[in-house]
Design a protein around this ligand. Structure first.
Ligand code: PGA
Length: 252
């Protein structure tokens, strides 16, 4: 379903008390304000189960920040899709650029992770986006197309109904530099065209494509008003309650 979605990627931030506090405060705000957008938060693995129990999933959904590429076994430190599914988790961020960069995740690994997510009915928020030098060289369209095709061609077509894509230009993440609404719209429309050409009109029309990279309370409105932008994946600003609720409210 092509829904409006605002997802907060908490990354490696917040201690236990802070995480539960922010999660329960957001849940209460959503219950009171009934925003248009579906709201998802992605805390660290250790808080997932407590947060799943502390919030009401009709208001606030919980995602993991990663998922193992493997089904089970001797993969120390990994958490499998089956394990996540067994605690009732329905969403996972997959292929974030920080994992591509720091953990060396390739498109092949990301394709395996998506496969695991789909197998256990977890809706992946699949991240793509070019680096600064790739944009400067004018390669951003081909880089993003390759990331999309390398990960998705390998999937069963019917699983793509669960797919959420986040376009996050790496040069805009945590830098305060946001893509202009026009730059973001241009590439979101391009991603939708790639989906249409490769996987059909239904996948293109049903996939929410979120923008990520320095979204904040001041710029959210303009970014979210673009026709092919269905919401945002928000890092830094999702840790601040007042800012994040303004961003959620801006996603109409
Ligand atoms: P940022 O992070 O909003 O802090 O730029 C976005 C992300 O990495 O998902």
């Amino acid at each position: 379903m092509r829904n409006k979605i605002v997802a907060g990627n908490w990354k490696m931030n917040l201690n236990y008390e802070e995480a539960i506090q922010l999660g329960t405060n957001l849940n209460a705000w959503i219950a009171d304000n009934q925003p248009t957008a579906e709201v998802i938060i992605a805390p660290s693995f250790i808080y997932l189960q407590t947060l799943l129990e502390a919030v009401d999933e009709q208001y606030l959904k919980i995602a993991s920040q990663d998922i193992s590429a493997h089904a089970k076994g001797a993969y120390t430190g990994d958490v499998s899709a089956e394990q996540l599914d067994s605690i009732g988790l329905d969403f996972a961020i997959v292929g974030h650029s920080e994992r591509r960069d720091y953990q060396g995740e390739s498109d092949t690994i990301i394709a395996e992770k998506l496969k695991q997510a789909f197998k256990h009915q977890i809706n992946p928020i699949f991240c793509v986006g070019e680096k600064l030098e790739e944009r400067e060289a004018g390669d951003h369209f081909s880089v993003v197309k390759t990331q999309v095709l390398n990960a998705l061609t390998y999937q069963d077509k019917e699983d793509l109904s669960r797919l959420i894509i986040a376009y996050e230009p790496v040069w805009a993440i945590g830098t305060g530099k946001t893509a202009t609404p026009e730059q973001a719209q241009e590439i979101h429309a391009f991603i939708r065209k790639v989906l249409n050409d490769e996987f059909g009109v239904e996948v293109a029309n049903n996939t929410s494509i979120l923008y990520g990279g320095s979204v904040n309370a001041a710029n959210a409105d303009e970014i979210f008003s673009q026709p092919d932008i269905d919401g945002g994946l928000v890092g830094g600003a999702s840790l601040k309650y007042d800012d994040f609720v303004q961003i959620i409210a801006a996603c109409k």
